[in-house]
Design a protein around this ligand. Sequence first.
Ligand code: UD1
Ligand code: CA
Length: 482
Amino acid sequence: MPPRTAAIVLAAGKGTRMRSARAKVLHEVLGRPMVSWIVGAALDAGFDQVVVVVGHQGEAVATALQHDFPDAPVSFATQAEQRGTGHAVQCAMDAAAGAEVVAILSGDTPALDADTLRRLGAVRDERHAPLVVTSFEAADPTGYGRIVRDAAGAVARIVEHKDATPTERAIHEVNAGLYLCDRATLADALAHLRADNAQGELYLTDVVAHVAGRGGRVAGFTLHDPFRVAGINTRAQLAAIERELLARRLDALMDAGVTLEDAASIRVEAGVVIGEDTVLGPGVQLKGRTAIGRGCRVDAGAVLVDTGVADGAHVKPYVVAEGATIGPGAAVGPFAHLRPGTVLGRDVKIGNFVETKKAVLAAGAKASHLSYLGDCEIGAGANIGAGTITCNYDGFDKHRTVIEEGVFIGSDSQLVAPVRVGANAVVGAGTTVTRDVAPGALAVSRTPQREIAGYYDRYRKPKEAAKRRAKAAAAASDEEKG
Ligand code: UD1
Ligand code: CA
Protein backbone atom coordinates (compact mmCIF):
# COMPACT_ATOMS: atom_id res chain seq x y z
CA MET A 1 0.00 0.00 0.00
CA PRO A 2 1.37 3.48 -0.82
CA PRO A 3 2.03 5.73 2.16
CA ARG A 4 -0.96 7.71 3.35
CA THR A 5 -0.62 11.25 2.12
CA ALA A 6 -1.80 14.63 3.36
CA ALA A 7 -1.59 18.05 1.75
CA ILE A 8 -1.33 20.98 4.13
CA VAL A 9 -2.51 24.24 2.60
CA LEU A 10 -1.33 27.45 4.28
CA ALA A 11 -4.17 29.94 4.17
CA ALA A 12 -4.15 31.80 7.48
CA GLY A 13 -2.48 35.02 6.37
CA LYS A 14 -4.29 38.31 5.81
CA GLY A 15 -2.65 39.31 2.56
CA THR A 16 -1.93 42.90 3.56
CA ARG A 17 -0.73 43.89 0.09
CA MET A 18 -4.18 43.17 -1.41
CA ARG A 19 -5.51 46.15 0.56
CA SER A 20 -8.79 44.39 1.09
CA ALA A 21 -11.36 43.75 3.80
CA ARG A 22 -11.44 40.20 2.50
CA ALA A 23 -8.81 37.54 3.23
CA LYS A 24 -6.45 37.15 0.28
CA VAL A 25 -7.16 33.46 -0.33
CA LEU A 26 -10.88 34.25 -0.80
CA HIS A 27 -10.26 36.59 -3.70
CA GLU A 28 -11.57 34.93 -6.83
CA VAL A 29 -9.62 33.85 -9.87
CA LEU A 30 -11.94 33.08 -12.78
CA GLY A 31 -14.89 32.98 -10.39
CA ARG A 32 -13.34 30.57 -7.91
CA PRO A 33 -11.67 31.48 -4.60
CA MET A 34 -7.87 31.18 -4.85
CA VAL A 35 -7.73 28.59 -2.08
CA SER A 36 -10.27 26.38 -3.88
CA TRP A 37 -7.91 26.07 -6.83
CA ILE A 38 -5.18 24.71 -4.55
CA VAL A 39 -7.45 22.34 -2.65
CA GLY A 40 -8.92 21.13 -5.95
CA ALA A 41 -5.44 20.44 -7.35
CA ALA A 42 -4.44 18.47 -4.21
CA LEU A 43 -7.59 16.36 -4.39
CA ASP A 44 -7.13 15.77 -8.13
CA ALA A 45 -3.56 14.68 -7.48
CA GLY A 46 -4.91 11.97 -5.17
CA PHE A 47 -3.90 13.15 -1.70
CA ASP A 48 -5.80 11.13 0.91
CA GLN A 49 -6.59 14.23 2.92
CA VAL A 50 -6.22 18.00 2.73
CA VAL A 51 -5.69 20.07 5.86
CA VAL A 52 -6.23 23.79 5.38
CA VAL A 53 -4.61 26.09 7.93
CA VAL A 54 -7.01 28.95 8.53
CA GLY A 55 -6.72 32.05 10.69
CA HIS A 56 -7.57 35.40 9.20
CA GLN A 57 -11.33 35.16 8.37
CA GLY A 58 -10.96 31.44 9.03
CA GLU A 59 -14.68 30.80 9.18
CA ALA A 60 -15.33 32.39 5.81
CA VAL A 61 -12.46 30.40 4.28
CA ALA A 62 -13.82 27.15 5.73
CA THR A 63 -17.35 27.94 4.55
CA ALA A 64 -16.16 28.62 1.01
CA LEU A 65 -14.22 25.36 0.88
CA GLN A 66 -17.08 23.31 2.35
CA HIS A 67 -19.30 24.78 -0.35
CA ASP A 68 -16.86 23.93 -3.13
CA PHE A 69 -15.88 20.46 -1.82
CA PRO A 70 -18.87 19.19 0.19
CA ASP A 71 -17.93 15.51 0.34
CA ALA A 72 -14.14 15.66 0.06
CA PRO A 73 -11.65 14.74 2.82
CA VAL A 74 -10.89 18.38 3.62
CA SER A 75 -10.40 19.48 7.24
CA PHE A 76 -9.28 22.67 8.95
CA ALA A 77 -6.63 23.59 11.49
CA THR A 78 -6.71 26.97 13.15
CA GLN A 79 -3.66 29.19 13.47
CA ALA A 80 -5.05 31.90 15.73
CA GLU A 81 -2.01 34.16 15.51
CA GLN A 82 0.08 34.26 12.34
CA ARG A 83 3.55 33.54 13.65
CA GLY A 84 5.06 32.37 10.38
CA THR A 85 4.84 29.57 7.84
CA GLY A 86 6.62 27.09 10.14
CA HIS A 87 4.16 27.83 12.92
CA ALA A 88 1.28 27.39 10.48
CA VAL A 89 2.49 23.87 9.61
CA GLN A 90 2.94 23.06 13.31
CA CYS A 91 -0.73 23.93 13.78
CA ALA A 92 -1.72 21.38 11.09
CA MET A 93 0.39 18.43 12.21
CA ASP A 94 -2.19 16.90 14.54
CA ALA A 95 -4.85 16.97 11.84
CA ALA A 96 -2.39 15.22 9.49
CA ALA A 97 -1.35 12.66 12.13
CA GLY A 98 -2.40 9.68 10.01
CA ALA A 99 -0.21 10.61 7.05
CA GLU A 100 3.27 9.29 6.32
CA VAL A 101 3.99 11.81 3.59
CA VAL A 102 3.00 15.45 3.78
CA ALA A 103 2.94 18.07 1.02
CA ILE A 104 2.94 21.73 1.98
CA LEU A 105 1.20 24.15 -0.36
CA SER A 106 0.49 27.89 -0.23
CA GLY A 107 -3.08 29.10 -0.43
CA ASP A 108 -2.09 31.94 -2.75
CA THR A 109 -0.81 30.03 -5.81
CA PRO A 110 -4.03 29.35 -7.74
CA ALA A 111 -2.29 28.15 -10.90
CA LEU A 112 -0.97 25.06 -9.14
CA ASP A 113 -2.23 21.92 -10.91
CA ALA A 114 -2.40 18.22 -10.13
CA ASP A 115 0.26 17.45 -12.73
CA THR A 116 2.85 19.59 -10.92
CA LEU A 117 1.99 17.82 -7.64
CA ARG A 118 2.34 14.40 -9.27
CA ARG A 119 5.76 15.38 -10.63
CA LEU A 120 6.75 16.50 -7.13
CA GLY A 121 5.83 13.00 -5.90
CA ALA A 122 7.84 11.42 -8.70
CA VAL A 123 10.96 13.37 -7.66
CA ARG A 124 10.57 12.05 -4.11
CA ASP A 125 10.24 8.47 -5.33
CA GLU A 126 13.20 8.66 -7.73
CA ARG A 127 15.58 10.34 -5.31
CA HIS A 128 14.43 8.55 -2.13
CA ALA A 129 14.52 11.95 -0.45
CA PRO A 130 12.74 12.59 2.87
CA LEU A 131 12.34 16.24 1.78
CA VAL A 132 11.75 17.74 -1.67
CA VAL A 133 11.72 21.51 -2.16
CA THR A 134 10.49 23.17 -5.32
CA SER A 135 12.46 25.95 -6.94
CA PHE A 136 12.65 28.00 -10.10
CA GLU A 137 14.92 30.60 -11.65
CA ALA A 138 13.39 34.04 -11.05
CA ALA A 139 14.33 36.90 -13.35
CA ASP A 140 13.72 39.16 -10.35
CA PRO A 141 14.18 37.13 -7.13
CA THR A 142 13.26 40.04 -4.82
CA GLY A 143 11.11 38.90 -1.90
CA TYR A 144 11.62 35.18 -2.41
CA GLY A 145 13.65 32.83 -0.24
CA ARG A 146 16.92 31.89 -2.00
CA ILE A 147 18.03 28.29 -2.45
CA VAL A 148 21.55 27.89 -1.11
CA ARG A 149 23.37 24.81 -2.44
CA ASP A 150 26.54 23.20 -1.10
CA ALA A 151 29.75 22.61 -3.04
CA ALA A 152 28.32 19.38 -4.43
CA GLY A 153 25.24 21.19 -5.67
CA ALA A 154 22.86 19.71 -3.09
CA VAL A 155 20.25 21.94 -1.43
CA ALA A 156 21.72 23.02 1.92
CA ARG A 157 19.31 25.68 3.20
CA ILE A 158 16.93 28.45 2.23
CA VAL A 159 17.55 32.02 3.24
CA GLU A 160 14.71 34.54 3.25
CA HIS A 161 15.20 37.73 1.26
CA LYS A 162 15.11 39.88 4.40
CA ASP A 163 17.79 37.77 6.07
CA ALA A 164 20.04 37.29 3.04
CA THR A 165 23.53 38.69 2.58
CA PRO A 166 24.32 40.58 -0.64
CA THR A 167 25.97 37.43 -2.03
CA GLU A 168 22.91 35.34 -1.19
CA ARG A 169 20.62 37.96 -2.70
CA ALA A 170 22.50 37.52 -5.97
CA ILE A 171 21.16 33.94 -6.18
CA HIS A 172 18.32 33.66 -8.69
CA GLU A 173 17.17 30.16 -7.78
CA VAL A 174 14.24 30.79 -5.44
CA ASN A 175 11.97 28.79 -3.17
CA ALA A 176 8.55 28.20 -4.76
CA GLY A 177 6.98 27.40 -1.37
CA LEU A 178 5.93 23.87 -2.37
CA TYR A 179 7.36 20.92 -0.42
CA LEU A 180 6.96 17.19 0.05
CA CYS A 181 8.25 15.64 3.25
CA ASP A 182 8.16 12.48 5.35
CA ARG A 183 5.96 13.23 8.28
CA ALA A 184 8.42 12.06 10.92
CA THR A 185 11.26 14.12 9.42
CA LEU A 186 9.01 17.17 9.23
CA ALA A 187 7.76 16.81 12.80
CA ASP A 188 11.31 16.61 14.11
CA ALA A 189 12.47 19.63 12.13
CA LEU A 190 9.42 21.72 13.13
CA ALA A 191 10.20 21.07 16.79
CA HIS A 192 13.57 22.77 16.30
CA LEU A 193 12.38 25.98 14.62
CA ARG A 194 13.35 29.28 16.23
CA ALA A 195 12.21 32.80 15.50
CA ASP A 196 15.71 34.30 15.48
CA ASN A 197 15.38 36.04 12.13
CA ALA A 198 14.60 39.41 10.56
CA GLN A 199 10.82 38.91 10.80
CA GLY A 200 10.74 37.25 14.25
CA GLU A 201 8.72 34.39 12.74
CA LEU A 202 8.97 30.62 12.69
CA TYR A 203 10.11 30.03 9.11
CA LEU A 204 9.10 26.79 7.47
CA THR A 205 12.12 27.28 5.25
CA ASP A 206 14.46 26.58 8.21
CA VAL A 207 13.30 22.95 8.04
CA VAL A 208 15.63 22.54 5.06
CA ALA A 209 18.86 23.36 6.92
CA HIS A 210 17.77 21.14 9.79
CA VAL A 211 17.19 18.11 7.57
CA ALA A 212 20.33 18.68 5.47
CA GLY A 213 22.42 19.33 8.60
CA ARG A 214 21.55 15.88 9.94
CA GLY A 215 22.61 14.21 6.73
CA GLY A 216 19.11 13.90 5.29
CA ARG A 217 18.87 14.15 1.52
CA VAL A 218 17.06 17.29 0.35
CA ALA A 219 16.04 16.97 -3.28
CA GLY A 220 15.37 20.01 -5.43
CA PHE A 221 12.44 19.92 -7.87
CA THR A 222 13.18 22.63 -10.40
CA LEU A 223 10.21 23.98 -12.35
CA HIS A 224 10.70 25.23 -15.87
CA ASP A 225 7.17 26.70 -15.96
CA PRO A 226 7.14 28.78 -12.74
CA PHE A 227 3.67 30.01 -13.67
CA ARG A 228 2.28 26.97 -11.80
CA VAL A 229 3.68 28.20 -8.47
CA ALA A 230 3.38 31.93 -9.02
CA GLY A 231 2.09 33.49 -5.83
CA ILE A 232 -0.41 36.31 -5.57
CA ASN A 233 0.42 39.14 -3.21
CA THR A 234 -1.15 42.08 -5.06
CA ARG A 235 -4.19 42.73 -7.25
CA ALA A 236 -1.92 43.27 -10.23
CA GLN A 237 -0.49 39.77 -9.75
CA LEU A 238 -4.02 38.42 -9.40
CA ALA A 239 -4.99 40.01 -12.72
CA ALA A 240 -1.87 38.69 -14.44
CA ILE A 241 -2.34 35.11 -13.23
CA GLU A 242 -6.02 35.19 -14.08
CA ARG A 243 -5.23 36.40 -17.59
CA GLU A 244 -2.76 33.57 -18.11
CA LEU A 245 -5.10 30.90 -16.68
CA LEU A 246 -7.88 32.21 -18.91
CA ALA A 247 -5.65 32.14 -22.00
CA ARG A 248 -4.74 28.49 -21.30
CA ARG A 249 -8.38 27.64 -20.63
CA LEU A 250 -9.48 29.19 -23.93
CA ASP A 251 -6.75 27.29 -25.78
CA ALA A 252 -8.04 24.06 -24.22
CA LEU A 253 -11.60 24.91 -25.27
CA MET A 254 -10.51 25.52 -28.86
CA ASP A 255 -8.65 22.20 -28.81
CA ALA A 256 -11.90 20.60 -27.64
CA GLY A 257 -13.82 21.97 -30.64
CA VAL A 258 -15.22 25.31 -29.49
CA THR A 259 -14.98 28.29 -31.85
CA LEU A 260 -14.08 31.60 -30.24
CA GLU A 261 -14.63 34.83 -32.16
CA ASP A 262 -12.19 37.45 -30.88
CA ALA A 263 -10.92 35.06 -28.20
CA ALA A 264 -9.08 37.79 -26.29
CA SER A 265 -12.39 39.43 -25.38
CA ILE A 266 -14.08 36.27 -24.07
CA ARG A 267 -14.19 35.28 -20.40
CA VAL A 268 -14.99 31.73 -19.31
CA GLU A 269 -14.86 30.98 -15.59
CA ALA A 270 -13.41 27.86 -14.03
CA GLY A 271 -16.66 25.94 -13.50
CA VAL A 272 -18.02 26.27 -17.05
CA VAL A 273 -18.36 23.42 -19.56
CA ILE A 274 -18.92 23.84 -23.31
CA GLY A 275 -19.70 21.23 -25.98
CA GLU A 276 -18.23 20.69 -29.42
CA ASP A 277 -19.07 22.94 -32.35
CA THR A 278 -20.40 25.69 -30.15
CA VAL A 279 -19.48 29.23 -31.20
CA LEU A 280 -18.88 32.05 -28.72
CA GLY A 281 -19.05 35.60 -30.04
CA PRO A 282 -16.91 38.56 -28.97
CA GLY A 283 -17.20 39.73 -25.37
CA VAL A 284 -19.16 36.71 -24.15
CA GLN A 285 -18.90 36.04 -20.40
CA LEU A 286 -19.75 32.61 -19.04
CA LYS A 287 -19.79 32.39 -15.26
CA GLY A 288 -20.41 30.08 -12.33
CA ARG A 289 -21.72 26.66 -13.25
CA THR A 290 -22.84 27.54 -16.74
CA ALA A 291 -23.04 24.50 -19.01
CA ILE A 292 -23.41 24.85 -22.78
CA GLY A 293 -24.20 21.94 -25.09
CA ARG A 294 -23.04 21.12 -28.58
CA GLY A 295 -23.67 23.17 -31.68
CA CYS A 296 -24.89 26.25 -29.82
CA ARG A 297 -24.28 29.88 -30.69
CA VAL A 298 -23.74 32.42 -27.94
CA ASP A 299 -23.51 35.81 -29.60
CA ALA A 300 -21.62 38.98 -28.75
CA GLY A 301 -21.88 40.40 -25.26
CA ALA A 302 -24.04 37.68 -23.73
CA VAL A 303 -23.48 37.19 -19.99
CA LEU A 304 -24.59 33.80 -18.66
CA VAL A 305 -24.36 32.89 -14.97
CA ASP A 306 -25.21 29.39 -13.67
CA THR A 307 -27.20 28.82 -16.85
CA GLY A 308 -27.74 25.65 -18.84
CA VAL A 309 -27.93 25.89 -22.62
CA ALA A 310 -28.99 22.70 -24.42
CA ASP A 311 -27.69 21.51 -27.79
CA GLY A 312 -28.40 23.69 -30.79
CA ALA A 313 -29.76 26.65 -28.84
CA HIS A 314 -29.06 30.21 -29.96
CA VAL A 315 -28.35 32.93 -27.41
CA LYS A 316 -28.39 36.21 -29.32
CA PRO A 317 -26.39 39.36 -28.57
CA TYR A 318 -26.50 40.97 -25.14
CA VAL A 319 -28.66 38.39 -23.42
CA VAL A 320 -28.22 38.37 -19.63
CA ALA A 321 -29.21 35.10 -17.94
CA GLU A 322 -28.80 33.82 -14.41
CA GLY A 323 -29.98 30.50 -13.02
CA ALA A 324 -31.85 29.74 -16.24
CA THR A 325 -32.25 26.64 -18.40
CA ILE A 326 -32.49 27.08 -22.14
CA GLY A 327 -33.87 24.06 -24.02
CA PRO A 328 -32.58 22.43 -27.19
CA GLY A 329 -33.03 24.54 -30.29
CA ALA A 330 -34.40 27.47 -28.32
CA ALA A 331 -33.62 31.06 -29.37
CA VAL A 332 -33.23 33.90 -26.89
CA GLY A 333 -32.66 37.62 -27.43
CA PRO A 334 -31.19 39.92 -28.47
CA PHE A 335 -31.41 41.95 -25.23
CA ALA A 336 -33.41 39.46 -23.17
CA HIS A 337 -33.10 39.04 -19.42
CA LEU A 338 -33.63 35.53 -18.04
CA ARG A 339 -33.71 35.52 -14.25
CA PRO A 340 -33.48 32.59 -11.84
CA GLY A 341 -36.02 29.82 -12.25
CA THR A 342 -36.52 30.40 -15.96
CA VAL A 343 -36.91 27.10 -17.79
CA LEU A 344 -37.33 27.23 -21.55
CA GLY A 345 -38.37 24.02 -23.33
CA ARG A 346 -37.42 22.79 -26.76
CA ASP A 347 -37.58 25.39 -29.54
CA VAL A 348 -38.97 28.12 -27.30
CA LYS A 349 -38.46 31.61 -28.67
CA ILE A 350 -37.79 34.60 -26.43
CA GLY A 351 -37.33 37.88 -28.29
CA ASN A 352 -35.96 41.30 -27.52
CA PHE A 353 -36.71 43.13 -24.29
CA VAL A 354 -38.38 40.16 -22.65
CA GLU A 355 -37.75 39.57 -18.96
CA THR A 356 -38.53 36.22 -17.37
CA LYS A 357 -38.38 35.05 -13.76
CA LYS A 358 -39.56 31.67 -12.41
CA ALA A 359 -41.15 31.22 -15.80
CA VAL A 360 -41.53 27.77 -17.27
CA LEU A 361 -42.25 27.77 -21.00
CA ALA A 362 -43.10 24.45 -22.68
CA ALA A 363 -41.92 23.39 -26.13
CA GLY A 364 -42.43 25.85 -28.95
CA ALA A 365 -43.92 28.64 -26.82
CA LYS A 366 -43.06 32.15 -28.02
CA ALA A 367 -42.73 35.57 -26.43
CA SER A 368 -41.13 37.61 -29.15
CA HIS A 369 -41.20 41.20 -27.92
CA LEU A 370 -41.32 43.43 -24.85
CA SER A 371 -42.78 41.29 -22.07
CA TYR A 372 -42.48 40.58 -18.38
CA LEU A 373 -43.20 36.95 -17.57
CA GLY A 374 -42.83 36.18 -13.86
CA ASP A 375 -44.08 33.29 -11.68
CA CYS A 376 -45.79 31.68 -14.61
CA GLU A 377 -46.24 28.49 -16.53
CA ILE A 378 -46.78 28.71 -20.25
CA GLY A 379 -47.99 25.70 -22.24
CA ALA A 380 -46.64 24.22 -25.43
CA GLY A 381 -47.03 26.34 -28.54
CA ALA A 382 -48.58 29.30 -26.72
CA ASN A 383 -47.98 32.69 -28.31
CA ILE A 384 -47.44 35.64 -26.00
CA GLY A 385 -48.01 38.93 -27.84
CA ALA A 386 -45.85 42.03 -27.65
CA GLY A 387 -46.13 43.96 -24.41
CA THR A 388 -47.76 41.20 -22.38
CA ILE A 389 -47.23 41.51 -18.64
CA THR A 390 -47.92 39.03 -15.88
CA CYS A 391 -48.92 41.16 -12.90
CA ASN A 392 -47.49 38.74 -10.32
CA TYR A 393 -46.95 41.05 -7.35
CA ASP A 394 -49.59 42.84 -5.30
CA GLY A 395 -47.08 44.64 -3.13
CA PHE A 396 -47.05 41.82 -0.57
CA ASP A 397 -47.19 38.42 -2.25
CA LYS A 398 -46.30 36.85 -5.56
CA HIS A 399 -49.02 35.03 -7.50
CA ARG A 400 -48.92 32.55 -10.36
CA THR A 401 -50.19 32.84 -13.90
CA VAL A 402 -50.95 29.67 -15.84
CA ILE A 403 -51.29 29.90 -19.60
CA GLU A 404 -52.17 26.52 -21.03
CA GLU A 405 -51.06 25.07 -24.32
CA GLY A 406 -52.02 26.64 -27.60
CA VAL A 407 -53.18 29.90 -26.03
CA PHE A 408 -52.85 33.13 -28.02
CA ILE A 409 -52.34 36.26 -25.90
CA GLY A 410 -52.91 39.42 -27.94
CA SER A 411 -50.52 42.35 -27.68
CA ASP A 412 -50.50 44.70 -24.70
CA SER A 413 -52.38 42.39 -22.38
CA GLN A 414 -52.05 42.15 -18.62
CA LEU A 415 -52.67 38.98 -16.66
CA VAL A 416 -53.50 39.84 -13.05
CA ALA A 417 -52.38 36.79 -11.08
CA PRO A 418 -53.48 34.42 -9.74
CA VAL A 419 -55.16 33.61 -13.02
CA ARG A 420 -55.41 30.75 -15.51
CA VAL A 421 -56.04 30.88 -19.24
CA GLY A 422 -57.36 27.51 -20.51
CA ALA A 423 -55.95 25.61 -23.47
CA ASN A 424 -56.42 27.16 -26.90
CA ALA A 425 -58.13 30.25 -25.50
CA VAL A 426 -57.55 33.65 -27.08
CA VAL A 427 -57.02 36.85 -25.15
CA GLY A 428 -57.80 39.87 -27.32
CA ALA A 429 -55.19 42.60 -27.68
CA GLY A 430 -55.27 45.17 -24.90
CA THR A 431 -57.14 42.95 -22.47
CA THR A 432 -56.66 43.00 -18.72
CA VAL A 433 -57.36 39.43 -17.63
CA THR A 434 -58.61 39.36 -14.04
CA ARG A 435 -60.59 36.12 -14.06
CA ASP A 436 -59.81 32.62 -15.34
CA VAL A 437 -60.53 32.10 -19.05
CA ALA A 438 -62.18 28.82 -20.10
CA PRO A 439 -60.39 26.58 -22.60
CA GLY A 440 -61.12 27.59 -26.18
CA ALA A 441 -62.85 30.89 -25.21
CA LEU A 442 -62.09 34.44 -26.32
CA ALA A 443 -61.56 36.94 -23.52
CA VAL A 444 -61.62 40.66 -24.34
CA SER A 445 -61.82 43.59 -21.99
CA ARG A 446 -61.84 46.84 -23.89
CA THR A 447 -63.79 50.05 -23.72
CA PRO A 448 -65.98 49.93 -26.84
CA GLN A 449 -64.62 52.16 -29.57
CA ARG A 450 -66.52 55.43 -30.18
CA GLU A 451 -66.33 57.51 -33.36
CA ILE A 452 -66.99 61.22 -33.71
CA ALA A 453 -67.41 62.26 -37.33
CA GLY A 454 -65.91 65.51 -38.73
CA TYR A 455 -63.47 65.96 -35.88
CA TYR A 456 -60.67 67.22 -38.10
CA ASP A 457 -62.70 69.93 -39.80
CA ARG A 458 -64.27 71.14 -36.58
CA TYR A 459 -61.34 71.02 -34.21
CA ARG A 460 -57.86 70.43 -35.66
CA LYS A 461 -58.15 72.39 -38.93
CA PRO A 462 -58.96 75.81 -37.35
CA LYS A 463 -56.22 75.25 -34.72
CA GLU A 464 -53.64 74.52 -37.43
CA ALA A 465 -54.61 77.66 -39.36
CA ALA A 466 -54.26 79.85 -36.22
CA LYS A 467 -50.78 78.38 -35.54
CA ARG A 468 -49.63 79.17 -39.09
CA ARG A 469 -50.85 82.78 -38.85
CA ALA A 470 -49.08 83.33 -35.51
CA LYS A 471 -45.79 82.00 -36.95
CA ALA A 472 -46.05 84.26 -40.04
CA ALA A 473 -46.72 87.33 -37.84
CA ALA A 474 -43.70 86.57 -35.65
CA ALA A 475 -41.44 86.20 -38.72
CA ALA A 476 -42.68 89.56 -40.15
CA SER A 477 -41.96 91.39 -36.89
CA ASP A 478 -38.42 89.89 -36.77
CA GLU A 479 -37.77 91.22 -40.29
CA GLU A 480 -38.92 94.75 -39.32
CA LYS A 481 -36.53 94.77 -36.35
CA GLY A 482 -33.63 93.29 -38.38
C1 UD1 B 1 7.30 32.20 1.48
C2 UD1 B 1 8.64 31.52 1.78
C3 UD1 B 1 9.66 31.95 0.73
C4 UD1 B 1 9.17 31.60 -0.64
C5 UD1 B 1 7.78 32.21 -0.89
C6 UD1 B 1 7.23 31.65 -2.17
C7 UD1 B 1 8.76 31.27 4.22
C8 UD1 B 1 9.37 31.79 5.48
N1 UD1 B 1 9.10 31.91 3.10
O1 UD1 B 1 7.49 33.59 1.62
O2 UD1 B 1 10.91 31.29 0.95
O3 UD1 B 1 10.08 32.06 -1.62
O4 UD1 B 1 6.88 31.84 0.17
O5 UD1 B 1 6.04 32.28 -2.54
O6 UD1 B 1 8.06 30.30 4.26
N2 UD1 B 1 0.79 31.84 6.14
C9 UD1 B 1 0.08 31.31 7.19
N3 UD1 B 1 0.44 31.63 8.45
C10 UD1 B 1 1.50 32.43 8.74
C11 UD1 B 1 2.22 32.97 7.64
C12 UD1 B 1 1.86 32.65 6.36
O7 UD1 B 1 -0.88 30.58 6.99
O8 UD1 B 1 1.76 32.64 9.93
C13 UD1 B 1 0.39 31.49 4.77
C14 UD1 B 1 -0.02 32.70 3.96
O9 UD1 B 1 -1.42 32.91 4.09
C15 UD1 B 1 0.37 32.28 2.55
C16 UD1 B 1 1.54 31.33 2.75
O10 UD1 B 1 1.51 30.94 4.11
O11 UD1 B 1 -0.69 31.57 1.91
C17 UD1 B 1 2.88 32.00 2.44
O12 UD1 B 1 3.06 33.09 3.30
P1 UD1 B 1 3.69 34.46 2.79
O13 UD1 B 1 3.68 35.41 3.91
O14 UD1 B 1 3.06 34.86 1.52
O15 UD1 B 1 5.20 33.97 2.54
P2 UD1 B 1 6.27 34.68 1.62
O16 UD1 B 1 6.79 35.89 2.30
O17 UD1 B 1 5.73 34.84 0.27
CA1 CA C 1 3.60 34.73 -0.73
